[in-house]
Every structure is written in structure tokens, then in C-alpha cells.
Write a protein that binds this ligand. Sequence first.
Ligand SMILES: Cc1cc2nc3c(=O)[nH]c(=O)nc-3n(C[C@H](O)[C@H](O)[C@H](O)COP(=O)(O)OP(=O)(O)OC[C@H]3O[C@@H](n4cnc5c(N)ncnc54)[C@H](O)[C@@H]3O)c2cc1C
Ligand code: SF4
Length: 496
Amino acid sequence: MGKATGFMEIKREQAIERDPTDRIKDWKEYSAPFSDEMMQRQGARCMDCATPFCHIGMEIEGATSGCPIHNLIPEWNDLVYKGKWKEALARLMKTNNFPEFTGRVCPAPCEGSCTVAIADPAVAIKNIERAIIDKGFEMGWITPKIPQTRTKKTVAIIGSGPAGLAAADQLNQAGHHVTVYERSDRAGGLLMYGIPNMKLDKDVVTRRIKLLEKEGVTFILNTEVGSDISAEEIRAAFDSVILCTGSQKARDLPIPGREYQGVHLAMDYLTQATKSLLTNNPNSSLTAKDKDVIVIGGGDTGADCVATALRQGAKSVNQFAINPQLPIKRADDNQWPAYPKVFSLEYAHKEAKEKYGKDIREHAIQTKAFITDGKDGLQALYTVKMAKTRDQNGQFVYQEVPNSEDVWPAQLVIIAIGFEGPEQPLLEAFGVKQEGKRIAAQYGDFKTNVEGVFAAGDARRGQSLIVWAINEGREVACAVDHYLMGKTTLPTVQAV
Ligand SMILES: Cc1cc2nc3c(=O)[nH]c(=O)nc-3n(C[C@H](O)[C@H](O)[C@H](O)COP(=O)(O)OP(=O)(O)OC[C@H]3O[C@@H](n4cnc5c(N)ncnc54)[C@H](O)[C@@H]3O)c2cc1C
Ligand code: SF4
């Protein structure tokens, strides 16, 4: 284990972040590199629990607890403490294809269920993970792994998000010929267009795509399957197909005035912002510059919109959430090892607080209508406060608070209230059945109703996390390898 008495002697050190006032002047990552010594100190805090809850990867109370890819956390904590970075990297890569993504943007359910967190702040697992993989790239330890032998089997993967990339990596290493189709001009899915650059630098995503290409994966970009190439052509050309198309059908807000100019969906806004950055064209028409901006939706996507608007030079930014503010400490019905549902200031909220001198989040508020400037443009929002109570059956219900109406000036509104599942045309093209808002396929075999067609990631699971997409990508690869070869030697986990 790390240092036997480390958890008693050493305090958790928070990830170092760049100064919020400075960092909103650019689009570089907001987190700053940490020193080896700091990470070794943090590794020393691990107790090497006999039952390491940090890597259980279970859903408890509707949220993920512990690492869904069952990272060998206590092992690499100990190796980092002892300065054995290369060995730590080998351990990390056994379970995680892309720690450079999760080490930056995973919400770290491992830390929520770390045993140290019962009495003290958790072991800094996520930062240690990032430090290991960043060192691996820095030291040149990560080089293309070209498969020694090739089968004659071919696999088409539709969608290049983390699920598609993880499946491609695994199946390529198993020797199959893998082709990834992507409708965007760049590969990466939401890693590329969705999560903003200050959270995950696009060079980090591109570096991994290039590595996969060198290892033998073929990427075909700017190609929408179902329209630029038909489902029949894909099925005829490949032995197997995996649908990893995500869950990007946006939930809209059909209230009066939705059609006014200045009301946009979060994904359109975030995609445009990243495209402007990557093409070095700051003059996008969809910008927050000098505008009063309101982001509707209290989740992480909304926070990313807030941070983007700040960097574009918004006059003011507010974020509306329907839910009441979370408690400072775990509530009685949210105990360890469940994911802690507690108040926190995300990177975007820290930045906004620095700039405007207050927390810009408004809780328990609902938008009732958009108000026009008289020329089809947007001028303001009309809102009402909501109270969350329980009905006679004990179910949570929201009720409008009398006399709580308000009007908020806004020239730009971003709707970030979630997603409603995979987009229809592709599913219809393949004749794939749905179950609610997801592609119907069981976790474990990942088979759809169509012979040889599998599904994984958000498209199968519903909107989730990168780490779950990696889990599903790895697991669907096992299922497809077995389908093609009658057996598989790819590693698998028994996720619950
Ligand atoms: C703004 C935002 C921020 C997020 N931040 C985080 C975070 O910080 N941490 C975290 O863990 N999770 C985060 N998530 C969630 C996470 O990004 C997703 O759970 C994850 O990316 C899902 O991976 P996926 O591979 O299933 O699908 P996606 O990443 O959605 O990729 C699907 C890909 O399929 C392509 N595609 C779709 N249809 C077709 C077609 N017909 N032909 C060709 N290509 C097609 C799409 O263009 C897309 O590139 C965030 C989500 C959003 C929206
Ligand atoms: S639960 Fe925490 S202390 Fe225990 S092994 Fe995992 S990281 Fe270490």
C-alpha cells in the first residue's frame, strides 16, 4: 500500500487551477500541471482497502459509485507513491483506454466512494490518474501498438465518441480491420464537439485519434451513415456493425417565443464555439459577446455554456436550475458510498463568481416565456419560482410559488436541459428497435434485433459519462469479437 500512516498524516491537496480572472481570457485548460512530489504525497494517502470501494463501479441511488471500468486504483496509487510511474502506467492502461480524457473530465465517482472520504476528503484519485497518463506521453512511453497478426474480419463502427473509440481500440488490438464512420469533420464525438477546450484540450483528443490511426484504425469523416452512405452498403461491406451514435437529440423548451432569434440549443452553441476556436475564426455569429446571457439548465452542459459565454465576453451570465440548491453536506438519504449529491462550485461558477462577484446560479426557477424586442429578436425572459414538495404519495412535485414572477433581460438564451436519446434516421435505416429513448440491446451481449448489428455507449445506455462510454466500448468489443471468432480473449469486466 501507499504510506501505512499516510491517510492520517497527509491532507488532500486540491487540483491546482489557473487563476479564474486570467483563465477566462483564453481557451486553454483551466487546470494547471501538478508536481510529481505532490502526486506522490497524494498516492501515500491511499489505505489499499481490502475491499476498495473506489473501483466498485455500481449504480447506487441512481448515480454511479466507484469506477465503472474498475481501474486498479489502489495498485497505481501505491506505485505512484513509490515513484514507479512506468509501472503505474502499465496498470492504468489495463483497464482504461483513454485516461487522458477521464483524468481531466470524469466527475470521479471513485472519489465519492473512497473509504478515506468517510471521515476526510477522498484520495485525489482523478489527479493521480491524469498525472500518470500525462507523464506517459511526456516521457514517450506511449507508442503505437501495432497488432502482430490480423484476422480477415471487418467491423464498421458508426460514431467516434469515447464508446466508438474504445470499441475500435479493442477490436483493432484483437486483429480485426476496423473502420470508424463519423459525420463531423473531426473525430472524438462529444470529446471534440461538446466538452469545451478549457476542460479538455482538443490537441489531447487529436493526439489519441492519431495514435489509433497509426495502430491501424481507419477513420472516415464527414460521412453520415444513413444519408451519405446507406445502412445496406455498410452491412454488405462489413462482417459486423456497432452503433455508437450517442444520445444527442436535444430536449427543447416549447414555450411561447421559442422561435425568436437569440434562443439556441446548447450543442449548437458549444459546437460553434469549438469550431471557431479550431478554425481560428473568432467572428462566429453565435457569440455571447456584449450580451446578457441566460443558460437554462442546471447541469454540467449548462456550466460549460456559462464558461464559454464568459470567454466570449458576455455582459452578464445567469444559469437557471429547476432543482433547489444542493446541501453543503451529504443528506441522510445520500450516505457513503453513494455519489455525494452536495453543493459545489464548478470551474465555470468559480470563474463567474470572480467576474460578477456572486454565484450566478438561480435555483428553483422555471422559464415560462421568451419576450421579444418587437422585431423577432429576444429581449427578456419571464420566469416564476418553484417549490419542491412531496405529494400525498410521497412523490416529489414542483409547484409555482405565488407572486414570484420575474423578468430577466437577455439577448442570448442557451437551452441546456438534457437529451432525448439517439437520432431517429439512422435507427430507421438499420431497422433497429428502441426501448424507450435508447437502442434496444442488453448490456453484456449488446446485440440489437438486426443480425450482426450491435449498439453501445449513450445510444444504448442513455446520456451518461465518458467512463461509461469507455466501459461499453470495451465490453461491446468482447461481444463482437466473440460473434466473429466464436471466442474472445479480450478483457472484460462484470459491471453491475
Ligand atoms: C456539453 C457536454 C459536456 C459533457 N461533459 C462531460 C464531462 O465533463 N465528463 C463526462 O464524463 N461526461 C461528459 N458528458 C457526457 C459524455 O460526453 C457522453 O456520455 C459521451 O461522450 C458518450 O459517448 P458516446 O461515444 O456514446 O457518444 P458521443 O460522444 O455522443 O459520440 C457519438 C458520435 O456519433 C456521431 N454520429 C451520430 N450519428 C451518426 C451517423 N448517422 N453517422 C456518422 N456519425 C454519427 C456523432 O457525430 C458523434 O460524434 C458531457 C456531455 C455534453 C453534451
Ligand atoms: S477506497 Fe480510497 S483508500 Fe481505499 S483503496 Fe480506494 S483510493 Fe485507496
